[in-house]
Design a protein around this ligand. Structure first.
Ligand SMILES: [Zn+2]
Length: 296
């Protein structure tokens, strides 16, 4: 949180490399073209193109109406949203497995690649999404009451199986606490990806199933990539219960970002207006117990 206070509050995104394997992706090619043509790259600190100027790279970053991240404040809920909450059923069906360790510094974040075979089923949409990668932001991108940020936010990025242009993200908020053993293989090798373009392949495995909190209530909303080209129609699921990293692990991440992308503000985009969107809460998001379930 310290870091969050120091850093004005900015984000990053779903990492453009998330789609690197999909040659059909228009967004990736658009971005590559942008950077190639103008010789400028988006970033968080000058001389890179800072978040308030990303619209010069991709107009949607400036004029989009459903952008991410957003502030997730209970006080912003309207009565209509409250009804949504009460009707909503537990929606996330995780089927995550281990994957061989592969870490990449793309110049905006550190990304851990995921081999095929791990999925997320969204019951509400009746659709299955494949895990592609997960990556880190520090401080967090989503904020809470009064704009409070967490130390770190992890984005698990998925493509829909039958239409890979559709994206879903599960966001894990992170607070300082115990060492995160599930992520130890990643942190053991962060020093190998200190610079943009660094790529590390290890012999260990990592399993994001071991990262998830037991309590999987979440804030859901339709948003965007949090980096240019700020593509919209991304299904966001921000789990309400934070997980933990040790102070040492948090500092390791910050050291990578300080070295490779964003020493001043960190790699978090500032929160964006919620506009006309509903902030959908999983059933019992704000209750203390999962035991009592309201039926429709
Ligand atoms: Zn992200």
């Amino acid at each position: 949180m310290q870091r969050g206070m120091l850093r004005a509050g900015i984000t990053l995104g779903l990492g453009l490399t998330l789609l690197a394997g999909l040659d059909t992706s228009p967004t990736v090619h658009a971005m590559e073209a942008l950077e190639a043509e103008e010789g400028m790259e988006f970033g968080y600190d000058a001389p890179d193109v800072t978040p308030d100027q990303w619209n010069t790279l991709a107009p949607l970053c400036g004029n989009g109406k459903e952008q991410s991240p957003v502030d997730l404040s209970q006080s912003k809920l309207t009565p209509r949203q409250e009804r949504v909450r009460l009707r909503d059923q537990r929606n996330l069906k995780f089927s995550y497995h281990e994957t061989p360790l592969e870490i990449f510094n793309n110049g905006h974040t550190v990304e851990v690649e995921y081999e095929p075979g791990s999925t997320l089923r969204l019951e509400k949409f009746g659709s299955v999404f494949d895990v592609r990668q997960f990556h880190f932001h520090s401080p967090s991108e989503h904020s809470f009451e009064h704009g409070a940020l967490f130390d770190v936010e992890i984005h698990i990025v998925h493509n829909r199986q039958d239409d890979p242009s559709q994206l879903a993200v599960v966001a894990l908020l992170v607070k300082e606490g115990q060492e995160n053993v599930a992520l130890k293989p990643v942190f053991d090798h962060l020093d190998a990806v200190m610079n943009k373009g660094d790529h590390f392949v290890g012999t260990e495995e990592v399993n994001i199933a071991d990262l998830l909190p037991k309590d999987q209530r979440y804030f859901g909303y339709m948003g965007s990539l949090t980096t240019p080209p700020c593509t919209e129609k991304v299904k966001w699921h921000v789990l309400r219960i934070p997980i933990e990293l040790s102070r040492e692990q948090i500092n390791q991440l910050i050291a990578v970002f300080d070295n490779s992308c964003c020493p001043i503000h960190g790699n978090n985009r500032p929160t964006q207006s919620i506009n006309a969107r509903a902030l959908v809460l999983d059933k019992n998001t704000f209750s203390d117990s999962n035991d009592k379930e309201d039926d429709d």
